[in-house]
Design a protein around this ligand. Structure first.
Ligand SMILES: Cc1ncc(COP(=O)(O)O)c(C=O)c1O
Length: 395
């Protein structure tokens, strides 16, 4: 049989995805690869209460179809929470999504024609590349430092590509680097977007998982020209299995994304939306988020402390103030994928995500993304110590 794939499949590489999914599969291996939240802090009792209430008290509504943009009450609650960080929007400017990931797909579907330029951080979120690539864009990447995107480089990229469709950024605790964009850079980014008439996709699933330092206003709160599509998620503040997130953007953009969502999945699960809405109504999600922050701060400290004690000095790492990840940089020429396959997995029994996949255009082999969220304290110390010792022998 000849499978007559569309041209867009040419750039898709299923074996890379399979390899990634297999990383954590061996129970003997301590995997720092996945970006899963710590399941031990899912608020099971409260979720059990709201799912029961959704069925027992509101079952006929909660198991029925609803409008494609999401339950009105939940949209209103998302808008109210957004107002607390300076995002002024109505519930009609909110679209409930199947996780923030769906917002990346819908935004790409709405804007990208084959060959269009998308400007993004280098490195960037793998899931964004997975969402955008089927629409066959050309990526223009902007380097980052400890304050996020380099604005001089962004300006050059915009001058060279004035027809670009959008700028994609993860301003807080970026996946994969853990880096947060400073306030000054955010102001510059908005100023550049205004000047070059550019849409920004602001992807913020980790925004509320800040465990150190002062919160920085989201780009959307500085957006006076309605050019930011702000994406958020319940995955890291409640549970990713709910598959619920949101987009906040102008009425016009939300209407178009909603039309596309209708064709993709009609709507998000009414039951899950109802349960989350009841959760926000009945329980204090902010105090739950405090627990999440405390847990990840402890784990982040433990991981970085173990790295400091056991890793060779030639390996540097980022110091995130929130989120789930740190980003390791090895000496030039070091190949983290090869090292994992040949040494880290068989000898240290440790997995991470080799960094090359996070670069849209030119893969760099001397990086790795490590997550401190999923493993227990003991496993963090054991796994990182084993990796550090192995690296000391090898570098
Ligand atoms: C930067 C970034 N954006 C979006 C997502 C999508 O998350 P979800 O679809 O679970 O909301 C993730 C998940 O890991 C992420 O790291």
């Amino acid at each position: 049989m000849s499978l007559r794939y569309a041209e867009r499949m040419t750039n898709m590489n299923p074996s890379a995805l399979r390899q990634l999914l297999q990383l954590g599969a061996d129970p003997e291996v301590i995997s720092f690869g996945g970006g899963y939240p710590d399941a031990s802090i899912f608020p099971l009792e409260h979720l059990s209460f709201v799912f029961n209430a959704a069925i027992n008290d509101h079952g006929r509504e909660a198991l029925q179809y609803t409008v494609p943009n999401g339950l009105p009450r939940l949209r209103q609650q998302v808008a109210e929470r957004a107002a607390t960080v300076g995002i002024d929007c109505t519930s009609d400017e909110v679209l409930i999504l199947q996780g923030g990931q769906q917002g990346l797909d819908l935004a790409a579907k709405m804007m990208i024609n084959k060959g269009d330029v998308v400007i993004m951080e280098d490195p960037t979120f793998l899931g964004a590349l997975a969402a955008f690539t089927p629409y066959e864009p050309r990526y223009v990447t902007v380097p980052m430092d400890a304050e996020g995107m380099d604005m001089a480089a962004l300006e050059r990229a915009l001058k060279a590509n004035p027809e670009a469709k959008f700028i994609y950024s993860v301003p807080e605790f970026q996946n994969p680097t853990g880096v947060t964009m400073s306030l000054a850079r955010r102001k510059s980014l908005i100023e550049l977007a205004n000047r070059f008439d550019m849409i920004i996709i602001e992807d913020t699933p980790y925004r509320e998982i800040r465990f150190q330092g002062e919160a920085i206003p989201p780009l959307k709160s500085m957006d006076t020209e309605n050019r930011v599509i702000h994406l958020g998620s319940f995955s890291k503040i409640l549970a990713p299995g709910l598959r619920l997130g949101w987009a906040i953007a102008s009425d016009e953009i939300i209407q178009r994304m909603t039309m596309l969502k209708l064709g993709v999945d009609t709507q998000c699960s009414t039951l899950n939306m109802k349960a989350v809405s009841l959760f926000l109504e009945n329980f204090d999600i902010e105090s739950h988020i405090v627990t999440i922050r405390q847990t990840y701060l402890r784990k982040k400290n433990l991981m970085l402390e173990t790295i400091r004690q056991t890793f060779p000095q030639q390996v540097s790492f980022t110091e995130p103030s929130g989120g789930l990840f740190t980003w390791l940089t090895f000496p030039e020429g070091f190949d983290t994928a090869l090292f994992m396959k040949q040494r880290a997995l068989p000898e240290a029994r440790v997995a991470y995500v080799p960094g090359a996949a996070f670069f849209a255009n030119e893969p760099k082999t001397n990086h790795a993304r490590i997550s401190y969220s999923t493993q227990t304290d003991e496993a963090i110390v054991k796994g990182m110590t084993a990796l550090g010792q192995l690296l000391k022998e090898s570098i």
